[in-house]
Design a binder for this molecule. Structure first.
Ligand SMILES: [Zn+2]
Ligand SMILES: [Zn+2]
Length: 167
C-alpha cells in the first residue's frame, strides 16, 4: 500500500493515521513461514514544524518452531519503529536508517514494513527459556517427561563445543 504524504509534507502541521494489512507470507525464515496472517500496521504521519515523522506500530503473530525441541509455537509481537520522512537527504543528515527518503512524497508501506519487521526476527527461537530439548538417544521431547535413556554427563570439552555452535 502506498501512502501519499505530500499533504503532510507541504503543510507545517497536521497528522494522519493509516491502518494497513501487510502480507509477509512470502517470507521464509530458517525453514518456516513465520507470518501466516497479515501484519497489522498502524502508521501515524505527523508534521511538527516541518519535520515529518512516520511512527509505525506493527502487530503480528510469529509462527515458529523451537530450535531445541522442534515443537511449533506462536508468539504475539508488537513492534514500534519511528522514521523521519524527507524528500531528499541533505548533506548534514546522518546516514541513518531511520530516514525514509520519498522524493515524490509517497511511501510504500509494504516496503517500510518489510524493512522494519524482518530484521527483528529473533535469531534464536525457544518455546520457553528453559526448554529441555530432545533426548539425543530416542528423540523424545524432554519437556514432556523423562524417557529413561542412559545419557552421559556432558564432557566439559564438549560443552565448550556446544557453546560454540550455539553462538
Ligand atoms: Zn522447545
Ligand atoms: Zn530418550
Amino acid at each position: 500500500m502506498k501512502l501519499d504524504l505530500n499533504r503532510i509534507l507541504d503543510r507545517g502541521d497536521g497528522a494522519e493515521v493509516v491502518k494497513a494489512d501487510v502480507d509477509l507470507r512470502f517470507v521464509h525464515y530458517r525453514g518456516v513461514s513465520p507470518f501466516q496472517e497479515p501484519v497489522l500496521l498502524t502508521a501515524e504521519a505527523r508534521n511538527r514544524v516541518g519535520v515529518v515523522t512516520l511512527d509505525c506500530t506493527y502487530q503480528y503473530t510469529l509462527h515458529l518452531s523451537c530450535d531445541r525441541c522442534l515443537t511449533p509455537f506462536s508468539k504475539q509481537v508488537t513492534l514500534h519503529a519511528a522514521h523521519t520522512v524527507v524528500r531528499s537527504l541533505s548533506s548534514e543528515s546522518s546516514d541513518d536508517d531511520d530516514y525514509l527518503v520519498a522524493p515524490d512524497g509517497i511511501v510504500d508501506l509494504d516496503e517500510v514494513a518489510t524493512n522494519d519487521v524482518l530484521p527483528e526476527l529473533p535469531g534464536k527461537f525457544l518455546c520457553r527459556e528453559d526448554c529441555k530439548g530432545l533426548c539425543p538417544v530416542c528423540g523424545c521431547n524432554l519437556n514432556e517427561g523423562s524417557c529413561g535413556c542412559e545419557r552421559r554427563e556432558a564432557d566439559p570439552r564438549l560443552a565448550i563445543l556446544d557453546q560454540f555452535f550455539e553462538n
